[in-house]
Design a binder for this molecule. Structure first.
Ligand code: PRP
Length: 215
């Protein structure tokens, strides 16, 4: 598919998963004509009727990749993914949805050991955090169900996002150190931001109308 410089059609990468539903509601409140069937559909590319807009539904960790390479002009993604993936994209807005916190957690009776093992889906964030703390740790990358690791003796602690705290509670783990707050961000490809500035600004302005109302 070829796309001219003046083609103002925008492709938006949306993350399937944790922040999808809240992001969808946010887009609808912003006046974007996204219908609920975006949720039900198994289609991965969804055009928006009557608008120069299409959605790509992506795995959350892939959203910044699509945007960096310009196959999506803009994207909606969690700050956790941005911090972990370190992709070369513009972070335009904090949408102030999808609140959670990046935490170090573990079993309450955890005793400090030399070079503890830390299990996480976020190896870069974890390594950076412990390096800044001057602590030597061994980081073990997992792809999900990280809370299992301390329970079965794979790791001493975990680094993960905590939202309601239910997953930690139900697995007898406690929050130990707060790394940072996480919210959902609106990002743009660097070239799209220049060449499709009107279309990107139009969406950003729509989002800006909704953000204060949600506070
Ligand atoms: C995330 C995170 C925690 C959980 C936290 O996992 O990794 O496991 O949500 O939410 P809570 O504090 O509200 O319980 P996710 O649901 O994305 O699944 P995963 O473990 O398979 O990655």
């Amino acid at each position: 598919m070829t796309r001219g410089i003046n083609d103002q059609k925008l492709t938006i990468a949306m993350p399937k998963g944790r922040i999808f539903e809240e992001s969808l509601v946010f887009l609808q409140q912003s006046g974007l004509n996204v219908t609920a069937d975006l949720k039900e559909s198994r289609k991965l590319i969804i055009p928006v009727e009557g608008a120069q807009l299409e959605f790509i539904l992506a795995k959350p960790t892939d959203v910044p990749t699509y945007v960096e390479y310009g196959v999506a002009d803009v994207g909606v993604v969690g700050k956790d993914v941005l911090l972990e993936e370190e992709r070369d994209v513009y972070e335009l807005l904090d949408l102030q949805i999808g609140y959670c916190r990046m935490m170090v957690a573990g079993l309450p009776d955890w005793k400090p050991v030399e070079a503890p093992r830390v299990a996480t889906k976020y190896p870069r964030i974890a390594s950076r955090y412990f390096r800044e703390q001057g602590q030597q740790v061994e980081v073990i990358k997992l792809n999900g169900s990280v809370e299992l690791a301390p329970l079965i003796g794979l790791a001493d602690r975990i680094v993960d996002i905590v939202s309601t705290g239910q997953t930690l509670r139900e697995n007898g783990l406690t929050e130990m150190e707060h790394i940072c707050e996480i919210t959902t961000r609106f990002i743009a490809n660097r070239a799209s931001y220049r060449m499709k500035s009107e279309a990107v600004d139009d969406i950003a302005n729509k989002f800006l109308q909704v953000i204060p109302k949600r506070k």
